[in-house]
Design a protein around this ligand. Sequence first.
Ligand SMILES: NC(=O)c1ccc[n+]([C@@H]2O[C@H](COP(=O)([O-])OP(=O)(O)OC[C@H]3O[C@@H](n4cnc5c(N)ncnc54)[C@H](O)[C@@H]3O)[C@@H](O)[C@H]2O)c1
Length: 387
Amino acid sequence: MIKIGIIGAGSMGAGIAQVASTAGHEVFVFDSNPVALERAQANLLAILNKLAGKGKIDDRTAKAIFGRVFYFSDLAAFGETGLVIEAIIEDLAVKKAVFKQLEGIVSADCMLATNTSSLSVAAIAAACDRPERVLGIHFFNPAPLMQLVEVVPAIQTSSDVAKQAKLLIESWGKLVVLAKDTPGFIVNRVARPFYGEALRILEEGIADVATIDWAMTELGGFRMGPFTLMDFIGNDVNYTVTETVFQSFFYDPRYKPSFTQKRLSEAGWLGKKTGRGYYDYSEGAEKPVAKQDADMGEVIFARILVMLINEAADGLYLRIASRDDIDLAMTKGVNYPKGLLQWADEIGIANCVHMLDALQAEYLEDRYRCSPLLRKMAKAHQTFYGK
Ligand SMILES: NC(=O)c1ccc[n+]([C@@H]2O[C@H](COP(=O)([O-])OP(=O)(O)OC[C@H]3O[C@@H](n4cnc5c(N)ncnc54)[C@H](O)[C@@H]3O)[C@@H](O)[C@H]2O)c1
């Protein structure tokens, strides 16, 4: 079994180390901050003890998983690894410097992966003499619990490396989807309207946060409403992802961030973690009550859903990922109740086109432009999953 190297012992690095060790690999973890290494080791012990306490794993297994992870404050040991996954700060210059240094240490056939959420994998690979061994392996947080992993070959990545990496991560019990090296990959791109369109509906005064959340959970079947979810993720984190995606898409209005969320983030109303976001989480705070108007709820739900479907269809149109991988990414990565392309079939593609065209006619904004794929399929009476 190959040895796995992890660079960065923060939330993601520590989680990925746990996954790889649980799968039976010896794992070498490096971080430039010794405190992060100590914290990662202490956290792993606590997590494994908890799992053993609940009877999810036996004591021997817990000890073995813990004993297979080794912590280093230099990279020298990484010469023995077969795959290194980088999970350090989201900064292109810093990541490039680490990959360049790493290439001088690892063996010729070691695969080098980045866990970046928003940077170009091609740009990171370009720092290496052998960019064909570099790819994106994007885990979700928390890595041990989230089943989905996006594997992202750069234009330089050899097909063999992408194939090997996919098989390896699948052997860790993960569900792997393949995504093109474009901003947000699949999940962080396709999910944007869930937040963006909900914020737009709020800003227009159509409904308040509680009502929009109610429409999406009660009528739409989503596990969390968009405002509850943004408060859970953190308005700072969620806003930054949106802004990065917007900039990376050369300011395509479809991804335009919201001032409402920017102000919340600037005010420090980050959500659950600060006790206040769209909702007030302080003790005794009154929960706002949704106006349970079914007609209004249906309008809200249909508008957000059709924008999500449009994004998923455009991802397929631009070959970001396959039909199945787009639907799997959203159901397994962010727990959507249904795949968006399957949902489009159920609503009827012609109906989706009609709804999008009505929004564009009302607002005259490029944000609502219908994907050419939906229009083409509606004309030809096609469905995503065949008849
Ligand atoms: N947090 C998430 O939800 C999430 C999800 C998917 C992907 N990601 C991506 O994963 C990466 C890590 O994110 P995180 O949330 O774990 O960050 P984090 O801040 O929790 O951890 C980063 C760690 O990297 C270390 N580090 C920074 N620079 C370093 C260097 N030059 N060499 C060695 N170690 C260094 C830091 O000391 C820190 O321990 C980022 O690229 C992020 O975009 C994050």
